[in-house]
Design a protein around this ligand. Structure first.
Ligand SMILES: [Zn+2]
Length: 277
């Protein structure tokens, strides 16, 4: 394992219209402009935080329509992973559909960046244990790292019985998002709505507690739209979706800034550079 006790930072490079709740939303939002602005803001924050590196899981459709964005992320020294091509749930695809979606995403990320892709995250944590072919397909496409299994119990995703820490599945290193165990339950805090919902002091306490107890890197995940204090308001969406989409987006960049300045983070490949795992 690496000698440095850094943590791992991941960003899912997607716009919110790729989420199932908004897929059919009619909108005249300039998606390229929106994600350009959001990613640029994140790149600046990372540079200002002692040149912190991250792994960016890119949706292939975005790499296809906006290759400049992928190059810019790469040119800032960050690690690129695939977040599928169409952002469809992996468990809804057959083996061959999954494979061609993965190939398509890798093709566009590689074309845009000139880099091989060695890392994958299934959209919406959509790996399920009955996808026996999953690891085989990832291996065939030279994926070394996967971060698709959230060890929590949610109606749309998660597997509370999955290991909470980095482990190996058929030669692929699996990096679950960090959770804290409270009263026998794995509580998420390390990204998404959980990060937006919780006060920063609680998140800090959980990170410190986990680091002290396990001396294991914390893995956190963010979406560009969650860190956009001026996120465009869309009308005519259900109250629940409104809450999930906008809750605390006004303040989340400030919390993110505190986080990356208080704790040391790096990308997945940088973390494992000297690893023997
Ligand atoms: Zn996603």
């Amino acid at each position: 394992m690496p000698t440095e006790r850094k943590n791992i930072l991941t960003i899912d490079c997607e716009d919110f219209l790729l989420l199932p709740a908004f897929k059919n939303l009619k909108s005249d939002i300039d998606l390229n402009q929106m994600i350009d602005n959001q990613i640029n803001a994140i790149l600046i924050e990372l540079r200002n935080a002692n040149d912190t590196k991250a792994t960016f899981f890119i949706v292939g459709e975005i790499a296809k329509r906006n290759p400049d964005l992928v190059r810019r992320i790469r040119n800032n020294g960050h690690h690129l992973g695939s977040h599928s091509f169409k952002h469809s749930k992996a468990y809804k695809l057959t083996r061959s559909e999954f494979q061609s979606d993965l190939e398509n995403s890798i093709k566009h990320i590689t074309t845009a960046s000139g880099e091989d892709v060695d890392c994958y995250r299934a959209p919406m944590w959509s790996y399920k244990p009955n996808m026996y072919w999953y690891w085989d397909v990832l291996s065939k496409k030279n994926i070394k790292y996967d971060s698709s299994i959230f060890p929590i119990n949610r109606w749309m995703y998660g597997n509370p019985k999955a290991p909470r820490f980095t482990h190996v599945n058929q030669n692929i290193i699996e990096l679950p998002p960090s959770t804290i165990k409270i009263f026998g339950f794995n509580l998420p805090f390390c990204g998404g709505i959980y990060f937006r919902f919780m006060p920063y002091r609680i998140i800090r306490y959980f990170i410190k507690r986990l680091k002290k107890k396990y001396n294991h890197p914390i893995l956190m995940y963010f979406h560009p739209w969650e860190l956009d204090p001026n996120l465009v308001r869309v009308q005519n969406i259900r109250t629940l979706y409104k809450f999930v989409l906008y809750h605390n987006t006004k303040n989340s960049m400030k919390k993110f800034r505190r986080l990356i300045n208080e704790f040391e983070f790096t990308s997945i490949n940088d973390y494992f550079i000297n690893s023997s795992i």
